[in-house]
Design a protein. Structure first.
Length: 243
């Protein structure tokens, strides 16, 4: 059944802005979500972003904190979660059924998410086993996020530690090159890894994963969350096999 607050009436551009604000608001690097910052991310002018957020504010989906920082209202968060849910379902379909790569599926899902009907969404959800996370391990909504571990930054893990890749954050999802690198080395949620070396001075981290050694800068490594040791396999969604 469609959700009353999923705001399917929003334009494709408005949905893209809500998703971008959802990612910025969820960042844990201390940065603030601003129209200027989101404009840079989306490749538009600050004026265009400010105008869009003014409209979203008039719709009761976005608010300012009294300064420049933007925040999703409760209805705005619900709408952004509903958009992300459609996006995640399409990513599962495109990666697990169609066979596209992570970066390709993200791009195609952005195109398709505005056109998917409630009927198709419900059928996809059933077919894909009702996922609570996207293929990169990110919770589909706030309620799911509260039930799941936060994980620790890969960049903070010391050499010699064994861990399990937990999720590739939404910030990391914005970097197509990073997604392709991680996918090529099978560094997906559920992958067992061992940290071989970590150097602040060299700004690098080397690990042993499913396909051998991989090296990351500490900044991209900070966008990946891991769990210590061997993680509970029920934390990782798998798409049911079809008869």
């Amino acid at each position: 059944m469609p959700r009353r607050n999923d705001r399917r009436d929003l334009s494709a551009a408005a949905q893209e802005y809500l998703l971008a604000l959802r990612v910025s608001a969820g960042a844990d690097d201390g940065s603030r979500a601003t129209a200027a910052g989101i404009a840079r991310h989306l490749g538009v002018t600050t004026q265009a972003a400010s105008e869009m957020f003014r409209r979203l504010g008039a719709d009761g989906l976005v608010e300012h904190d009294g300064g420049r920082e933007l925040r999703l209202t409760t209805p705005g968060r619900a709408a952004a979660d509903a958009i992300f849910r459609r996006h995640a379902l399409l990513e599962w379909l495109l990666t697990s059924v169609v066979g596209l790569g992570w970066a390709e599926s993200d791009e195609e899902a952005m195109r398709l998410q505005v056109a998917i009907s409630p009927r198709v969404e419900a059928r996809l959800d059933e077919m894909l086993g009702h996922p609570e996370i996207c293929p990169h391990g990110n919770p589909i909504d706030a309620a799911t996020a509260k039930r799941r571990p936060a994980g620790v930054r890969l960049s903070d893990v010391e050499a010699g530690t064994r861990a399990t890749v937990f999720r590739i954050t939404e910030e990391a999802e914005e970097d197509a090159g990073l997604l392709s690198y991680l996918e090529a080395r099978a560094l997906k949620p559920g992958a067992a890894i061992t940290i071989l070396a970590r150097s602040e001075s060299l700004d690098s981290l080397t690990l042993d994963g499913p396909r051998g050694r991989a090296t990351l800068g500490l900044r991209p490594a900070a966008l990946i969350r891991v769990l210590p040791g061997e993680a509970d396999p029920t934390l990782f969604h798998t798409v049911p096999e079809r008869a």
